[in-house]
Each structure stands twice: as C-alpha cells, then as structure tokens.
Design a protein around this ligand. Structure first.
Ligand SMILES: Cc1cc2nc3c(=O)[nH]c(=O)nc-3n(C[C@H](O)[C@H](O)[C@H](O)COP(=O)(O)OP(=O)(O)OC[C@H]3O[C@@H](n4cnc5c(N)ncnc54)[C@H](O)[C@@H]3O)c2cc1C
Length: 338
C-alpha cells in the first residue's frame, strides 16, 4: 500500500471538483485498512472513506487522509428455498454487482440498475430508485470500527434505514468503514413496475413477459435518457431530498399552488417533489458561472466546467433560501458536503 501526498481528487468525484487530499491511499483488504488506521503517523488525522465519489461535494481540499475503498469480491454465501444470500465487498462497482445478480437470476435489485458508486456506500443513504430501496433486499453488512478496529455486523434494523438515510449518516457518522454488504435476493421475483415510466418503457421495448432482465434494461434506458452522464457534465445526481411536510401544510400549499406535486406517506405526511419547488422558483436551467441547475432535471446541480465546490454550494444555498421564502419549505441536501 502506497500513501501519496497532495493527491488530486478531480477524477475521483463525479462533480469533477478540483480538490486534493493531503494524503491518499488505495485500500484493497480489511488488513490494509487496519494497518493504516493503526499507523501512528495518521493518529488524529481526519479520514475520509471514498467509494465512487458520486454522492459528495468537495468545498475545500481534504486536510487528512482519503482512503479509496478497493475491496473486491462477490460470493453466494447460502441459499434456501426462497432466497439467495449474496455478499459483495464494499469496493465492487454497484452497477456491475447488479448486473452480476441479474445474470444469475437473483431478483430484487433490478430497479436499482445504473446507480453510480460502490456497494459499500449503498447502505449509507439506503439508495433508492423507481419504487425500490436497498433496505428491501438488505440482509446484513460488516463494518470496521475506525477507532478500535473491531469488526461489527449490522442487520437491517440496526442500520435504521429511512428515505436516503441510515444510522451511518447520523449517530454513527464517520465511525465505521463498511467492508461488505450481504443481500437477500429472491428466487421468485416480485416485479415492481409501479413507476409509470417503467411500464411505458417496457411497452416501447415490446416486452410482453416480465423478467428482471427486462426491468433492468428499461430502467437503464430511462436513466440514460433522463439523467446527465457525469463523464460529460459533472454532477452527483439529485442534490436535494424530497421534503416531507404535514398534511395541513400540504393542504394550505395546495390551496395557493394547485399544481404542487406531492405523494402521500403512510405516516399521514406528504412528500413534496423538490424538483417542482425548484423549477417553480425559477431555477431550472439557470447558471451562475460554471455552477448550474440542469436544464431538464431541476433536482440536479451541475458543474459545467470549472465550478468550485463552494460555487455549487452557494448556488444550492440560494435555491434553498428561495424555496423557503416562496413556500415555507426547508430543502435538505442529499449530497454529502466535505
Ligand atoms: C448521475 C447520478 C445518478 C444518481 N442516482 C441515484 C439514485 O437514483 N438513487 C440514489 O439513492 N442515489 C443516486 N445517486 C447518488 C450516488 O450514486 C449514491 O449515493 C451512491 O451510493 C454513492 O456511492 P459512492 O461509492 O460514489 O459514494 P461516495 O460518494 O464515494 O461516498 C458517499 C458517502 O459515503 C461514505 N462512504 C463511501 N463508502 C463507504 C464505506 N465503504 N464505508 C463507510 N463510508 C463510506 C463517504 O465517506 C461519503 O460520506 C446518483 C448519483 C449520480 C452521479
């Protein structure tokens, strides 16, 4: 393992922000993580675990050590009548792992095809798309405690998954390195085409018999046509979460803004479409220097070239202030600010 100094992170974050790390190392095994974490040289030095860099925004260079997770391996650990239990090391690329599952007819992750990043980050915010979240197929994960180097196993309820949330973003923030994730994948697929766009795409594809392969392909087609490709325009997907408001608040907003988009939740609250709030506040397609709001997806902030992390951050703050002023709704950033 080599530790490099003043290492450029520009190619390692999908926003393409020109930041660097004081120290940088690529880690390929849990033993290497233990070795570096117990090195006196890095005692008291801040640590950042990096996967695909697709859910973070560097607002400054990182004055510590960045550990790029490169743990690899996929293993079928057991199976029973109904499920396959598939364990993937944290450094596996998420979409490649999903493709492995689809090839082997392990059902459950097909709606999550083409999400950028690595397996190890997937539980951090309980990644989700097209009506499915990883918590629906998550079995357990293994993680290394950064301070005492003990290995812990977390089951589904230990992770306290929520909408783009987990215990690792809250109480246990910066305390653990996730080293592997095990998914419980179905032998009898339970197809989820509840998102209208999937049904429509399957129709366009001329699919008459559903399969996890067809759903995955449909999701890939939709995502490729809708979302900006980070290798062409820097971005980190949805920059904000969809905010949750009380039913009363929703009713009063609806009275003033009849076209407002909201989805009822089981707890009685309503989730508002952040994209609608941003678009109606006039931000869709706007740019300030090289920082901008995507012209087709108001939820996606983009780097059109040489925007700094602070310029993207400032743009996000202006949007949040405007939405708050116009609708009285607080937007929350989904992307991790570093
Ligand atoms: C075009 C685009 C589309 C996207 N679409 C979606 C979507 O549909 N749904 C969705 O949920 N997300 C989406 N995202 C966001 C992103 O892809 C996911 O959040 C992804 O899981 C991030 O993985 P990563 O490996 O890139 O994490 P990184 O950005 O590298 O890290 C994210 C955070 O997790 C921490 N972390 C990473 N790995 C570990 C580990 N092994 N142990 C402990 N901490 C770790 C990091 O320190 C950081 O705080 C999208 C992003 C882009 C660019």
């Amino acid at each position: 393992m080599i530790v490099q100094e003043n290492y450029s992170l520009k190619q390692l974050n999908t926003f393409g922000i020109n930041a660097s790390a004081k120290f940088f190392a690529t880690i390929s095994s849990t033993d290497e993580f233990k070795e570096i974490l117990s090195d006196q040289l890095f005692n008291g030095v801040s640590k950042l675990i990096l996967g695909g860099g697709s859910n973070l925004l560097f607002t400054k260079s990182f004055d510590g050590i960045v550990l790029k997770n490169n743990l690899k391996g996929i293993e079928l650990t057991k199976e029973d009548e109904d499920y396959y239990y598939v364990k993937a090391a944290a450094g596996e690329v998420w979409h490649e792992f999903v493709m492995h599952c689809i090839k082997n007819n392990y059902a459950g992750l097909e709606n999550l095809s083409l999400i950028p990043g690595c397996v190890g980050a997937s539980p951090m915010q309980n990644i989700g798309a097209y009506g499915v979240e990883i918590k629906d197929s998550f079995f357990e994960l293994e993680a290394l405690h950064i301070q005492d180097l003990s290995i812990h196993t977390f089951n589904n309820s230990d992770c306290k998954f929520g909408y783009r949330e987990s215990v690792f973003k809250r109480e246990l923030k910066n305390q653990f390195i996730i080293s592997s994730v095990t998914f419980k994948l179905s032998k009898k697929p339970n197809f989820n085409t509840s998102y209208g766009a999937i049904e429509k795409e399957l129709e366009t594809m001329g699919i008459s018999e559903l399969s996890i392969q067809a759903i995955s392909k449909a999701v890939c087609n939709i995502r490729s046509s809708k979302l900006p490709n980070p290798s062409e325009i820097g971005n980190a997907g949805s920059f904000f979460k969809n905010p949750e408001v009380s039913r009363n608040k929703y009713e009063s907003l609806k009275a003033s803004f009849p076209t407002i988009v909201g989805y009822e939740l089981e707890n009685g609250n309503v989730k508002l479409a952040a994209g609608w709030l941003i678009e109606q506040s006039g931000w869709k397609g706007k740019t300030i220097g090289d920082a901008g709001v995507h012209k087709l997806q108001a939820l996606v902030l983009v780097n059109y070239g040489n925007a700094s992390g602070n310029e993207i951050y400032d743009l996000s703050q202006k949007i949040m202030d405007d939405v708050k002023e116009k609708y009285g709704v607080e937007l929350e950033r989904e992307v991790n600010i570093i």
